[in-house]
Ligand binder design. Structure first.
Ligand SMILES: [Zn+2]
Length: 182
């Protein structure tokens, strides 16, 4: 993980519109985890200049919506994995016992969050993902695609994405502001 800087600001939740506090992270290439408050002048020695804009990234949703999103994500992801097992492309086996995980076990798993694949061997379309980064990427992409589609069906326009792109604007007197990406 590289270094970055953070601007703390209040922004509207992309789901319910409520304003919430977000730390928007951005990189200039010469960063040391500096923290700034929106609208509060940054000392000149920090090297930022009025007129600059930086691409930043931060949470999309307020705390309540984030919790709903995470719960929905866990359900949708379980359904995606279970249907991939049923379709035959995905085989999950316990590394210790060699036992295969049934689709119903994935659907019924109640870990209070996302389905946990720790300790499982993941085989996608006949190739163990631990042996092959390319196959792992294909598997991961396939899950992500299904999760995105499932989340959009549930009313989350950005699918499984929990973060958003924001723009950091360095305004007069080196005061940073967070804006929506144009
Ligand atoms: Zn919200």
């Amino acid at each position: 993980m590289g270094m970055f800087r953070t601007v703390w600001a209040e922004v509207p939740c992309r789901k319910c519109g409520a304003r919430f506090g977000v730390g928007v992270q951005f990189k200039t290439g010469d960063d040391g985890l500096e923290d700034y408050e929106e609208g509060v002048a940054i000392p000149p020695e920090h090297g930022l200049v009025p007129g600059q804009t930086w691409e930043g990234i931060g949470q999309r949703y307020c705390k309540d919506c984030r919790r709903q999103h995470q719960d929905g994500y866990a359900d949708v992801e379980k359904e995606a994995l279970a249907s991939m097992v049923e379709a035959g492309g995905l085989v999950l086996t316990h590394k210790k016992t060699g036992d295969t995980v049934e689709a119903s076990a994935i659907r019924e798993s109640d870990s209070g969050g996302r389905f946990d694949t720790v300790g499982l061997e993941i085989t996608w379309r006949g190739t163990r993902t631990t042996d092959n980064n390319e196959v792992w990427s294909q598997f991961y992409g396939s899950v992500k695609e299904r999760v995105d589609a499932g989340m959009r069906e549930r009313g989350w326009a950005a699918g499984g994405e929990q973060y958003d792109d924001w723009v950091i604007i360095i305004a007069d007197e080196c005061r940073p502001y967070v804006g929506e990406r144009l």
